[in-house]
Design a protein around this ligand. Structure first.
Ligand SMILES: CC(C)(COP(=O)(O)OP(=O)(O)OC[C@H]1O[C@@H](n2cnc3c(N)ncnc32)[C@H](O)[C@@H]1OP(=O)(O)O)[C@@H](O)C(=O)NCCC(=O)NCCS
Length: 220
């Protein structure tokens, strides 16, 4: 997900027709805390705004994603928005913390792209001090388990700018399959750039789960 879905203009109420499937699950009341070997993923809190602002607004992190909020207050509004979307059952955003520390150093997002959450899109951004440390892969495995096993996603898509070598490799490492090139699909700094569309199916993920990943435990 190159595009952080939160925008001020997206804050209108969503009216669902009575024929649409609405996903109802405990995670809508509050996200579970997910523990990996290196990371702990938890619900975002307003107090995460300062660290997320500091770590996710750097040039190297934001180079290939849509502009993150430009102030700490903007991140606070984003965090409040994530909570409302989670309660509505359309979106989940986890704070990434390193085991033993409570500071949010990144986020993983999953959003429904159709009623019922069968098809969804995920995205992620982690502070660059933590790149190449295994934090991404550990957290991504937890989020994939959550998406497929808890939410019930069938097909999980992601978009990565073609020039985002790190983002493309990260998705491929998790088993995401490159499906097509989306020409001029993303406006960045006044220029339309191409993206790659990736997808991971629930069957792909279940077939590839390693014993290490499967042993990751849910805290509550
Ligand atoms: C995407 C992100 C979360 C991945 O986390 P990370 O810690 O960098 O990921 P990893 O190091 O586990 O994996 C990245 C892989 O890309 C490889 N890589 C690094 N630079 C690369 C490049 N220019 N081209 C191709 N691959 C590259 C790394 O070697 C690594 O592979 P390896 O583990 O097999 O060696 C992180 O880079 C990030 O936050 N980027 C900015 C936000 C972003 O672009 N998000 C959208 C992604 S679609």
């Amino acid at each position: 997900m190159e595009k952080m879905p939160y925008r001020d203009e997206l804050q209108q109420a969503v009216v669902l027709s009575t024929t649409e499937t609405v996903v109802t699950s405990d995670w809508q009341q509050g996200l579970p805390t997910l523990r990996g070997s290196q990371v702990l993923l938890r619900e975002l809190r307003a107090s995460d705004a300062a660290s997320l602002f500091a770590l996710l607004t750097t040039e190297e992190v934001s180079r290939f994603i849509s502009p993150p909020p430009s102030t700490v207050e903007g991140f606070e509004r984003f965090i409040a928005w994530t909570s409302r979307q989670r309660a509505a059952g359309t979106y989940a955003c986890f704070a990434v913390t390193v085991a033993g520390f409570d500071t949010a150093i990144g986020i993983f997002q999953v959003r429904s792209t159709e009623p019922g959450f069968a098809t969804a899109e995920w995205g992620f951004a982690i502070g660059s001090d933590f790149w190449g440390t295994g934090v991404f892969q550990d957290g991504a495995a937890l989020v994939l388990d959550f998406a497929f096993d808890t939410i019930g996603v069938h097909r999980l898509e992601a978009r990565a700018a073609v020039r985002n070598g790190r983002g493309n490799s990260a998705l491929q490492k998790m088993g995401a399959v490159q499906e097509c090139r989306l020409r001029n699909s993303f406006l960045k700094n006044g220029e339309y750039i191409d993206q790659v569309l990736y997808a991971l199916l629930d069957t792909d993920w279940r077939g590839s789960r390693s014993p290490i990943t499967a042993s990751s435990a849910r805290v509550h």
